[in-house]
Write a protein of this length. Structure first.
Lengths: 290, 915
């Protein structure tokens, strides 16, 4: 029986609106996994690139005898160097992502998962390897990976706020971190520095609920985090609005600064906006050469 | 009085509780409104922020004020505030007597009088007086009782359509004895004998207040009809300013509905007590009027009932051949015409011309022979209530009419020839009339001596003759005979209508006799001679407010009394009937005059203006409730819970049941996104669970084996759920499941007509063959009776169900009975030569009935294990497999219709294409 048809169906719908993303592989060095991206230079690969005259140092096995027989010189057949980019996703599955102020728009986690999966589908269709950061699901190719990703993305975590997973990052890979980034900032900082150390570049994507952006509360209230670990009591919530918004802006600024330092890109999205626009932005961001 | 305001308190000591208000203020002020708990991930950013403004941890002053006001309103309300409390009058006795004239003239102000009496009784109750209420028009025993007791009996005190009699006043005076009593006399303001005496006596016993309001009293005098115009008169007791009133003439319109037929203005001149106007109304309209009423007066005196005096009867005069031209005095009709023309509309002409006008009376003077058609028409007319009066004469005497046997239009049989007495050729004197017998309608009329009868036709002696004679001669021979004919009657005067045979037409008795026979309608009640000896039965009587009520149960009234006796319980104003005559007795006669009452000097006469004493405690308590309701909203507001969506949600919750609707909508979306099989909820949990598990198993099987990928099966409540979402409904039968409502049946029929399929499963194929009376089978018959089900047959070998997915010939479930019924194939379905099955292309069977307990065979738990054993060993597994295959075929049949049946055409198509 169909248990999770909707998430996949919706992600497919989102993905269908964009042309397949041929994310540009950025660097060649170190990443030796072969893929379908011609690098416009000779190297290891499947497709023919050029014949060149034999140079000293070429072994006899490299000579293409059929071509060489047509003329007097000996030629070596070169193939185009093809690589595949590895993309690591981290989607915040923590309790804070399951917040929604309006049942119509859905939770932040829902939006984050759809965006991540849509992007994965685009990338996988383009021949990239996509996986989750950490050790749970290493990057792989093929349609089956989409199903595995879907299954992994549907597992919730009990923790109140999530911290980016930066372990076991492949060097020079690309990464996408989607979260509300309301938790401990030091962990985000550490993860990004760690990723930057391994020359991983990517996108930090903040997904927020409209209520978190506007703070539409009044009167006496006790605010609790989704897991209940944090709480704050106020007697006049409306007074807190400006200061809360200041802090939110400051958090964003720090994230932006951090991204600039590490060579990542940052953007923010709220669930009332369209997912299409968000995916478009992500598509551009992943395509962008650093 | 409190602080100059007209407010008093029933229990002032309760007000002491107001002292507690400041304490309440302090307590409330210390308790802040409770906070709301909100889940909010952004709390991480809030940590460490301090509140700038700390005012709201105390209850705001306006909320305190609101609550204090609410509590104060409760306290004041409980203290029993009273608006306009009356001061206890000085020097009063401990008895209060409330006298009511209670006549028709009081009816106009009756509600106000009652309100005032109620106030008086309340006051007496507070002052601890005992009270007695006496309606002088309807006197009872003078009982001094607690005022509250009287208050509960007030609704039974009603105005009567007459005035108090002087006797009542004197007997009241006697009944009071010499006790001290305070009196309030609510008078109608009309003169009454003995009023002054009683007032003086009461003044001596204690204080006397007289309350009267005569300004609005109006009376309608009986209308008279003179010279073709209707004269309407009205009176008022006190002359005053000029005043216009309207008089409504009520009656039945031609369609038989009671309505106001005419409205006539009437104006009192200044300083005049009487007003009159003349109105000319068409006779037809005038005859319809049943009463005149002063618009808006609402008293019996403002109503004047109309009787026969306004109605003019239509009388058709028919004579035999009038061959004696010029001898007018000898004309058979001359005296009749003279008698009738002033009082009635007389029609003359041929009978066939006159009868269609439906006259009230037809008089045949010496007419012996009628054409057969005329006779039949006359009988019909008489049986419908007509009065046929015949006079004898030479022609009648000479004819053979009613000789051998009684003619339908003759009251008696006649002897041949008639007789003449006292003529030149006969012995004896002309006969005089005998006095009228008591049973005769003429009883009471005096017989003048000068009336002599010299010739007559003679009635044949018959057993019925004695009953039919209403007047006879001194020798006992009948002079007037009468018989009933249907609803009408036939009267025969055994003499001529002219003076030829008798002097009767020349006498005044003739008029009276015609009158008594209701031939003349101008009943003059004042004429004692005409009223004597009659008894009048009340038909409709007036109550004090001028409303007509049924009077059939009241005793009859002698004619003399009806005309002159004063009105009272024994003689109520109303309509009275004596045989065919209708007479009205009105509250006021034509000569009555309204005169205002005289009170002894020194009597204080007040108008009927009352300041109502009002108990305000209800208002205060209501105000407290309103304030508390406002407090709920205000408290929500202060604690930040009162915001748009919340208020809207609360309101919506109060108005509708949105949750149920939402749930249904959600389910509708879920069930229409994928194919969903449904099972009908029977109410038996075990059966329902098994049906659900069965459909789950079938859904799994479909998912694995076919391109149909159903979602979780749905439990369908026939009463509330939409059926259209489910292509297949599985309906297990249990003997005690409830029968669906008629709405549910109409939904089911719509479902079946629009292509749905129901699989009925009696689940008893192990013990019963279909058609035998198992409890489940009988229940199924009852359940399916209101359904729109076509003719059924056992699944034929070539039914499309046998090949929609798998090739099957058996449809086993947990049991393997072959009795599975589907819609019968049309009779003209033929099997084409060489084809494996018949040509059946149309429609999906809307219904499948069987007893194989398929759900049990399909049932699968969440791990895919079979839940119910089927058969034994391998054979059992094979049977379960076949059950699944049947399920797959069934769903395929529902979803694809007869698509598989279409394959039969493939060879034919190939033939046509020439391949």
């Amino acid at each position: 029986m169909i248990t999770y048809p909707q998430l996949r169906t919706r992600a497919e719908t989102e993905a269908a609106r964009l042309p397949p993303l041929l994310a540009r592989a950025e660097h060649l060095a170190g990443t030796v996994l072969l893929g379908e991206h011609g690098r416009r230079r000779a190297g290891l690969g499947d497709d023919f690139w050029q014949y060149r005259p034999v140079q000293p140092g070429d072994s006899l096995r490299m000579i293409d005898w059929r071509r060489s027989a047509k003329s007097d010189a000996q030629f070596v057949r070169q193939r185009e160097w093809q690589v595949a980019q590895s993309v690591m996703l981290w989607v915040d599955q923590s309790a804070s992502m399951s917040f929604t102020s309006d049942d119509e728009t859905g939770t932040k986690a829902d939006r984050a998962r759809v965006l991540a999966l849509a992007l994965s589908i685009l990338l996988i269709r383009a021949g990239e390897r996509v996986g989750l950061s950490g050790t749970s699901l290493p990057p792989r190719r093929g349609e089956a990976q989409i199903l595995r990703l879907t299954e992994m993305l549907l597992s919730d975590e009990a923790a109140d706020y999530g911290a980016p997973e930066a372990r076991a990052m492949l060097p020079h890979a690309r990464a996408l971190f989607i979260s509300d980034f309301l938790g401990d900032f030091a962990e985000v900082e550490a993860a990004l520095f760690k990723a930057a150390d391994r020359d991983v570049r990517g996108v930090v994507y903040q997904v927020l609920d409209p209520a978190e952006e506007t703070f539409p509360f009044h009167g006496r209230a006790i605010f609790e985090s989704m897991g209940g670990s944090l709480s704050h009591e106020t007697r006049k919530a409306s007074d807190l609005r400006d200061r809360y918004l200041d802090r939110l802006a400051e958090r964003r600024e720090r994230l932006q600064l951090l991204c600039r330092t590490t060579g990542w890109q940052f953007s923010s999205h709220d669930t009332a906006q369209s997912a299409q626009a968000a995916l478009l932005w992500l598509y551009r961001a992943m395509e962008r050469r650093q | 009085m409190i602080l100059g305001l007209p407010i008093g308190f029933a229990a002032p000591w309760v007000l002491a509780a107001l002292v507690a208000l400041p304490i309440l203020w302090i307590i409330l002020r210390a308790i802040p409104p409770a906070p709301i708990r909100r889940r909010f991930p952004g709390v991480a950013l809030l940590l460490g922020l301090q509140d700038e403004d700390t005012v709201t941890d105390r209850t705001p002053w306006w909320l305190l004020l609101l609550r204090a006001l609410a509590v104060a309103a409760v306290i004041v309300g409980l203290a029993g505030p009273i608006l306009n409390p009356t001061e206890k009058p000085q020097g009063q006795s401990d008895r209060l007597l409330v006298l009511l004239d209670g006549s028709w003239a009081s009816a106009g102000t009756w509600p106000r009088q009652m309100a005032m009496v109620e106030g008086l009784l309340d006051e007496a109750d507070r002052a601890g007086q005992t009270a007695a209420v006496v309606n002088l028009s309807d006197p009872g025993e003078v009982l001094f009782q607690p005022a509250a007791t009287w208050k509960s009996r007030l609704p039974g005190v009603l105005p009567q359509p007459w005035q108090p009699t002087p006797d009542t006043l004197t007997s009241l005076q006697d009944a009071l004895g010499d006790i001290a009593v305070d009196t309030v006399w609510l008078s109608d303001g009309l003169a009454l004998d003995g009023r002054e005496t009683l007032a003086r006596t009461l003044q001596n016993r204690g204080t006397l207040r007289v309350v009267q309001d005569v300004a609005g009293t109006r009376a309608m005098m009986p209308p008279s009809y003179e010279n073709g115009v209707l004269i309407l008169r009205a009176q008022r007791p006190l002359a005053g300013l000029s005043r216009d009133i309207e008089i409504h003439a009520h009656g039945l319109d031609p369609s038989g509905a009671a309505r106001v037929l005419a409205t006539m203005p009437l104006s009192f001149d200044a300083d005049a007590t009487e007003a009159s106007t003349e109105v000319a109304l068409p006779a037809e309209l005038r005859a319809r009027i049943s009463r005149f009423e002063i618009a808006g007066a609402g008293t019996a005196g403002a109503v004047s009932l109309s009787d026969d005096s306004l109605q003019r009867r239509e009388i058709a005069l028919i004579a035999g051949r009038e061959d004696r031209e010029g001898l007018q005095l000898l004309s058979p009709l001359h005296y009749l015409r003279q008698a009738l023309v002033p009082n009635a509309e007389v029609l003359e002409g041929a009978l066939s011309d006159v009868l269609p006008a439906n006259p009230d009376v037809v008089i045949l003077a010496d007419v012996a022979v009628l054409a057969p058609g005329e006779e039949a028409a006359l009988i019909d007319w008489a049986e419908a209530g007509g009065l046929l009066v015949r006079f004898a004469g030479p022609r009648l005497a000479a004819s053979g009419l009613s000789r051998g046997e009684e003619d339908p239009l003759m009251p008696v049989r006649l002897r041949a020839g008639g007789r003449s007495v006292g003529g030149a050729m006969s012995w004896g004197e002309p006969k005089t009339l005998a006095p009228f017998a008591e049973t005769s309608p003429f009883f009471g009329l005096s017989v003048p001596d000068e009336v002599r009868v010299s010739a007559q036709v003679v009635a044949q002696p018959d057993p019925t003759l004695a009953d039919r004679v209403v007047a006879e001669l001194s020798d006992g021979t009948p002079l007037v005979t009468r018989k009933e004919l249907g609803q009408g009657q036939v009267v025969l005067f055994h003499v001529t209508a002219n003076a030829e045979w008798s002097g009767l037409p020349l006498s005044g008795l003739f008029m009276s006799m015609l009158d008594r026979l209701a031939i003349l309608s101008a009943t003059d009640a004042q004429d004692e001679t005409r009223m004597t000896g009659t008894t009048w039965q009340p038909v409709r009587v007036l109550d004090g407010f001028g409303r007509l009520t049924d009077g059939q149960t009241l005793p009859g009234v002698p004619g003399e009394a009806l005309a002159t006796a004063p009105l009272g319980p024994d003689l109520r104003p109303g309509l009275y009937r004596d045989e065919a005559r209708l007479l009205a007795r009105n509250v006021l006669g034509a000569d009555d005059v309204l005169t205002p009452a005289n009170w002894p000097l020194g009597t204080s006469v007040e108008g009927l203006s009352i300041t109502p004493i009002k108990d305000l405690s209800g208002w205060f308590l209501a105000a407290a409730l309103v304030l508390l309701a406002v407090d709920v909203l205000a408290s929500l507001f202060v604690s930040g819970r009162l915001w748009g969506a919340r208020v809207a949600a609360v309101l919506a919750l109060g108005l509708t049941l949105p949750h149920a609707a939402d749930a249904q909508e959600d389910r509708a979306i879920l069930d229409t996104r994928e194919v969903v099989l449904g099972h009908v909820i029977t109410g038996d949990t075990a059966v329902d669970d098994l049906a659900h598990a069965g459909l789950l198993g079938l859904s799994e099987t479909l998912y694995f084996r076919t391109s149909v990928e159903p979602s979780e099966p749905a439990a369908v409540n026939l009463e509330t759920d939409e059926l259209a979402f489910y292509p297949l409904l599985y309906w297990p039968i249990i003997p005690n499941q409830p029968t669906p409502s008629s709405e549910a049946y109409s939904k089911l029929n719509t479902y079946l007509r629009s292509g749905g399929m129901i699989l009925f499963d009696t689940r008893d194929a192990d013990v019963a063959r279909y058609g035998t009376a198992s409890p489940n089978g009988r229940k199924l018959q009852r359940l399916a009776a209101p359904l729109d089900i076509p003719g059924l047959e056992v699944v034929p070998d070539d039914h499309v169900l046998t090949r929609t997915f798998y090739l099957l010939q058996d449809f086993p479930g947990r049991y393997a009975s072959r009795d599975v019924w589907v819609e019968a194939a049309p009779a003209d379905a033929v099997r084409i030569e060489g084809m494996p099955f018949r040509n059946l292309n149309d429609g999906v069977t809307p219904i499948i009935i069987g007893g194989n307990d398929w759900a049990a065979a399909w049932a699968m738990d969440r791990r895919g294990n079979a839940m119910v054993p089927v058969g034994r060993g391998r054979a059992g597994e094979r049977q379960r497999e076949l059950a699944y295959r049947f399920g797959v075929n069934l769903v395929m049949h529902v979803l694809t219709g007869n698509y598989k049946s279409d394959q039969v055409h493939v060879p034919a198509l190939l033939d046509r294409l020439g391949q």
